[in-house]
Design a protein around this ligand. Structure first.
Ligand code: F3S
Length: 393
């Protein structure tokens, strides 16, 4: 793999030990995947932030990097294991919170913006069409590739960190235009709106695995729907890129292989996501809620009281805007909590709840897999109704 003089110098340790280790990771990856060279990236999103997943070994690795490492490009952070301000109120143990804060401190020392959200594109890390980036977090990666038209592989935590510390990534996979063509046509033969997008992502993902789909039959899509779809298709399939005719910005060749998605597929998806069980936890915001979703929830909860523990997950920056609009207080007055910096999958919630109500098919996947929850899936309206009445209707 070709390296510039500057990259050779980084590899030789002339830019410090952290930069050297980062360059070693990139060169190793480049060799494995047959990259011809490294390319500059416009921004990085680092996942693998929760102490729950990192443990002491991860914390030590980060602390070592933070001795002399500094990021070279705009770098934001995925959710951590705690709400950094209200963890006590949410009954997170002090030991865990202390360790998690040490992790965040190490990231901060590296120059990373501790945004702690999986929607970096809504809080200031917004790549443009055609820009190369190095992001981890599957929903954000898929959204960036497909909806924004940026170019990124699905990075792991260490490779994203390596990109941040060097400003570079290896040129392979979805950075190359020839790998970004659709591989299967999906004809959607039913109306898709609101939470149907999470079911559509579930169905396409399960049917097509990691093939890049070209989706036909969709008339409109908004930000929240595409955010939800990106999370669902990446979780249940594995692709990091999709095309939707007349909606997404990337050009693609049209493949011959075709399948249909019909109403019955969405029904089957809904059935698969709904377990028997008495609800005791409502969690909305996977991916983190947008401002519009917070407004909607505030209106639904206005003047009401929740009877079930209800957490609304969002980015701290969005919560701040929601406070200014008066929406946050409407939610909090109902007894529901706006929870920032963390999410249902990475907070230590195992054993705390039995049955999760959510509008996210991705949250169902992690709720079941990571936390052994039963799950119930429905629209935001249905989730809020369950939060207030304590019943799933
Ligand atoms: Fe975001 Fe956590 Fe869901 S990182 S996409 S809220 S699993």
């Amino acid at each position: 793999m070709y390296l510039t003089h500057e990259e050779e110098a980084m590899l030789a340790g002339e830019h410090g030990e952290a930069c050297k280790r980062a360059m070693e990771i990139l060169v190793a990856l480049g060799k494995i995947y047959g990259a011809d060279r490294l390319i500059n990236v416009a921004s990085v999103q680092v996942a693998g932030v929760s102490y729950h997943n990192l443990g002491d070994a991860g914390l030590e690795f980060l602390s070592e990097l933070a001795r002399d490492g500094k990021v070279k490009v705009l770098t934001t952070l995925n959710p951590a294991g705690i709400d950094l301000e209200r963890w006590k109120e949410l009954n997170i143990s002090e030991d865990f919170a202390i360790k998690q804060k040490m992790v965040i401190d190490a990231f901060e020392k590296l120059g990373i913006i501790t945004s702690c959200t999986c929607i970096p594109y809504l809080v200031g890390n917004l790549p443009l069409k055609g820009q190369h980036i190095a992001w981890s977090e599957s929903s954000a990666v898929t959204f960036a590739n497909s909806v924004l038209g940026a170019k990124t592989n699905r990075e792991g935590g260490p490779s994203a960190l390596a990109a941040a510390l060097t400003g570079k990534t290896a040129n392979f996979g979805l950075h190359l235009d020839e790998n970004r063509n659709a591989q299967i046509v999906i004809n959607v033969r039913t109306k898709i709106e609101n939470e149907d997008w999470a079911l559509l992502g579930f169905s396409i993902g399960k049917k097509t695995g990691n093939k890049i789909p070209f989706i036909r039959g969709i008339k409109t899509a908004n930000l929240e729907e595409l955010k939800s779809f990106s999370a669902a298709i990446a979780t249940y399939g594995g692709t990091a890129l999709f095309h939707i005719e007349n909606i997404t910005p990337n050009k693609t060749e049209i493949p011959n292989e075709k399948i249909d998605i019909e109403e019955i597929d969405l029904k089957n998806a809904r059935d698969e996501l709904n377990d028997e069980g008495e609800i005791d936890f409502v969690g909305i915001g996977c991916p983190h809620c947008s401002l519009q979703e917070i407004e909607k929830i505030a209106k639904l909860l206005d003047g009401k009281k929740v009877s079930v523990e209800t957490w609304i997950f969002t980015a701290r920056q969005i919560k701040t805007l929601a406070e200014l609009q008066g929406w946050a207080s409407k939610i909090e007055k109902s007894g529901a909590k706006i929870v920032c910096d963390t999410c249902m999958a990475v907070a230590p919630l195992k054993g705390r709840f039995k049955c999760l109500v959510t509008n996210s098919s991705k949250a169902c996947f992690y709720g079941r897999g990571t936390n052994n929850f039963k799950t119930k899936f429905g629209t935001i309206e249905k989730c809020i109704d369950a939060a207030v009445t304590g019943k799933w209707k």
